[in-house]
Design a protein around this ligand. Sequence first.
Ligand SMILES: [Zn+2]
Length: 391
Amino acid sequence: MRAGPSPEEVRRHNLGSLLRYVHLHGATSRAELTNRLGLNRSTIGALTAELTTAGLVSEAVPRETGRAGRPSLVVRPESARIHAYALSIEVDRLRAARVGLGGRVLDRRECERPPGMPVLDAVKPLAAFVHEMRHEVADGARHVGTGVAVAGRIRRADGTVRLSPTVDWIDPVRAALSDELGDEHRLTLGNHADVSALVEHSRGAAVGCDNVIYLHGDAGVAAGIIAGGARVTGYGGHGGDVGHMVVNPYGRACGCGSRGCWETEIGEQALLRRAGREGETGRAAVLSVVRAATHGDSRAQFAVREVGDWIGFGVGNLANIFNPEAVIFGGTLRDVYLGAAAQIRSRLNEVALPACREHIRLRTPGLGNDAALIGAAELAFQHLLDDPLLS
Ligand SMILES: [Zn+2]
């Protein structure tokens, strides 16, 4: 029989829990930490003292408590001092940020990603952003790692190319970034939709929901799926490629070689084609169709309605399989969702079983367009949160 955890293991676990709590919830009084973490006051005091000595949190007397008696000290993450770099390789742009413990964006940069630019070619401009931001960092600040979110797509002039989420890019991108940024950087890479799902689950629109589907639309459609609190990866990390779920066997040819995949009916090209805007691409074009629809343009209204129907059918099927509490629409799907929410809900209600749909909350990302960027930072903070005194 295995012995229980040692006092040292318990202490490290508790340090991680406390740091994770203030990382996710911000400044928290010792009294509330005692409640939330189920530990006694003296333990919270000792853990806080250790994290303060390590420079990870600070404590202060709250300004106003409105209560008599000695106020409980407030513990806050050292956001300005402890930071990670977050990089996001998206279909149309490259973004980089320095993110403080607690999820605060301290600095950011972005540029366009030209059509056809291979994922690997994004490494140099992103590394240049990191070098620039490093110059702005105050003395005494500490960098804990770099997280990278990659949308597994490349936009070509004639459409898009799909990359498999793990095999094609992870290793080369990791090696190239390592060379550019130096070996001291801890690099963690993840798929765009997956990291968005994780961060919306921990600090966004799906807090408290352990069954979540994050649908991301850009040139294609992908999902990050969380079931029972854990990310669905499948064998080899390819799980969640819902864009290639066949919904219309008589539909259009898809870039993956199949026909009638969901993304051929709900992707940005599906909307633009129905709106009579072939040749246009990108989020601005999608937004312009949705806006035209709300202003009464009948062709745009038709396009948004049709795409809304197909979104509803697909989400209904996913609801029957995963029984999620929340479905979040990100990227271009956010804009389409906002223009077709009633349509989507109505189709979903037709397709999904009552038990699978009654509790579903349909949402836009709580972190807005920053979901993947903050998600990438979360990847980088994991080492620290797992064992705050290790590094
Ligand atoms: Zn396909």
